[in-house]
Design a protein around this ligand. Structure first.
Ligand SMILES: *Cc1c(COP(=O)(O)O)cnc(C)c1O
Length: 334
């Protein structure tokens, strides 16, 4: 099966498995796992933040960030198709007891500064006040769009003008960095916290990173413990994570293959691919998405449904040029 459902389906390389087996470990809840400490220091450096923390998943990273930045009852501004709002089980309500105010970021999921000003609510005797702005880059549900750092900056500055903090969901931040040819730290510069996934596209089996100021991370560490995310000899999974961080340049390959895939699908019957900006190809389907996926699956290709008539195909490091060609042929025979 050529598995294009997600860039999370990758299996760790032999090198990663060896690194896991040989990792130096300690109890990370006591801050004593040298491999985790190294991963956190290296991530903070790459993301241009004071500190970083290893968390089991991107979802937990986002949820911790929301909790750390807000007070119960506040509002959080989010793009209406963003992961933190749509795909985390309403966690911001469950864990942080905040309510969402959504912003329509259009085709590419770009939040404009005037939308932040419009959405901002000042707290008073009747209104809860805005506690946080969440941005996402690349924007997954909008098709893996790579949003320019200037757009992130201006939305973040609009929030900061009101004293509102900014969290950047950068599950695929390194994809944005590769596509825009800028350092990830540049994109995250104005964000008070940033989350990025090691388990998407970079090939690590487990884990995400949450970065920000040392003061923010102190709060975040307590919340990670509260949520049950304190891990012990986590160096076993952090060691492949360290190697994953060095796979950032390889993402260009995924982007090139995504473009090749989209171009190849142009002529497939009943499919209309959108032009990819990174490793995600959204394809509009004449037939219902589920029917199309079933037929593709019969031909050895797996994708995921992203709407009634939209499917998502992801390239990743277990997909090579031959797989892309096979997928194109499968689609042509639909
Ligand atoms: C996958 C994803 C997450 C969550 O990461 P998990 O590790 O799957 O919990 C958060 N945000 C975005 C944009 C994602 O694509």
């Amino acid at each position: 099966m050529i598995d294009l459902r997600s860039d999370t389906v990758t299996r760790p390389s032999d090198e990663m498995r060896e690194a896991a087996a040989g990792a130096e470990v300690g109890d990370d809840v006591y801050g004593e796992d040298p491999t985790v400490n190294e991963l956190e220091a290296r991530t903070a450096e790459i993301l241009g933040k004071e500190a970083a923390m290893y968390v089991p998943s991107g979802t937990m990273g986002n949820q911790i960030a929301v909790r750390a930045h807000t007070e119960r009852g506040q509002e959080v501004l989010l793009e209406e198709e963003c992961h933190t709002y749509k795909w985390e089980l309403g966690g911001i309500a469950q864990h942080s007891q905040v309510q969402a105010r959504t912003i329509d970021g259009g085709d590419r999921g770009v939040v404009r500064p005037e939308q932040v000003h419009d959405g901002y609510v000042e707290g008073d005797d009747h209104r809860p006040g805005t506690g946080l702005l969440v941005l996402e880059n690349t924007h997954n549900a909008r098709g893996g769009t790579a949003i320019a750092p200037e757009r992130i900056d201006e939305a973040a500055r609009a929030a900061h003008e009101h004293g509102v903090s900014v969290h950047l969901d950068g599950a695929r931040l390194f994809n944005a960095a590769a596509a825009l040819d800028v350092p990830a730290a540049r994109i995250a510069r104005e964000a008070d916290s940033v989350m990025t996934c090691l388990s998407k596209g970079l090939g690590a089996p487990v884990g995400s990173m949450l970065a920000g100021s040392s003061e923010f991370l102190e709060r975040a560490r307590r919340i990670r413990k509260l949520m049950g995310g304190g891990m012990r000899q986590a160096g076993i999974v952090a060691a492949p994570g360290l190697l994953a961080l060095e796979n950032r340049d390889r993402l260009h390959e995924d982007h090139r293959r995504a473009r090749k895939l989209a171009a190849g699908l142009e002529d497939a019957p009943g499919l209309s691919p959108l032009e990819p900006e990174t490793n995600i190809v959204l394809v509009e389907t004449d037939d219902p998405a589920e029917t199309t996926l079933e037929r593709l699956r019969e031909r050895g290709v797996a994708g995921s449904a992203f709407g009634a008539h939209t499917i998502r195909l992801c390239t990743h490091w277990d997909i090579d040029d031959a797989d892309v060609e096979t997928a194109i042929e499968a689609a042509a025979s639909l």
